[in-house]
Write a new protein. Structure first.
Length: 212
């Protein structure tokens, strides 16, 4: 992805935003998209459903506690070989960007994140919330909810692996910001979205080339 200068943001935590979040695009309905993995380039595109979940994800300590509180509901959706394996690595990693000050990583099991090891597509945490009628916010990792948007201690950015997946190259798809706007509001508050809306309105509406 070409380097683009960040734009200043009027927000108490985030001082900058990558302006290409208002220009680059991503499929709005992930579950209806036949994901293709595009790297390494020499292998060519190949179907890999839920490709962005293949490596596992960083989970805030509060999210890990909430997942534990819903463990029986989530476990019921997992394959037998994934129900009783360790879901997380053992040692939290301190990080000032984490809401609780540290992350743990979900383990990879089979073809991807342990929470993909079930009978249908998508995240078992999300599926359990739908089946049980509870709000997944605060339980489903917010990193997953934001992707392919991401953040540092002072900037809203695009995840490094965004261009690895075919969902990044649909010219008719919504912008990254429009797809992730509600999740940004849930995770960081309405003030961030108001600041981002102001930047969005100031960015010249144009489409960047879909560079692979």
């Amino acid at each position: 992805m070409a380097t683009v200068s960040n734009v200043a943001l009027e927000h108490p935590r985030f001082a900058w935003v990558d302006p290409t979040i208002f220009m680059r695009r991503v499929v709005g309905d992930c579950m209806s998209h036949a994901c293709q993995m595009l790297v390494p380039a020499e292998r060519g595109p190949r179907e890999m459903l839920d490709a962005c979940c293949q490596y596992g994800v960083d989970v805030d300590l509060a999210e890990r506690r909430n997942i534990g509180a819903r463990s029986e509901e989530i476990r019921a959706l997992l394959r037998e070989d994934a129900k009783h394996v360790a879901w997380f690595d053992d040692d939290p990693t301190p990080d000032g960007d984490a809401p609780s000050g540290a992350w743990v990583r979900t383990n990879v099991h089979g073809r991807g994140c342990v929470f993909l090891a079930h009978d249908q597509r998508g995240c078992a945490i999300h599926r359990a919330s739908i089946a049980g009628g509870w709000d997944f916010r605060g339980t489903k990792p917010h990193i997953c909810r934001l992707f392919p948007l991401s953040y540092t201690h002072d900037a809203i950015v695009i995840a490094e692996e965004y261009e690895d997946y075919s969902c990044a190259f649909d010219a008719d798809a919504p912008t990254l910001y429009r797809v992730g706007r509600d999740a940004l509001a849930d995770v960081f508050g309405a003030g961030l979205v108001a600041a981002l809306d102001a930047v969005e309105s100031s960015v010249t509406p144009r489409r960047l080339p879909l560079a692979r």
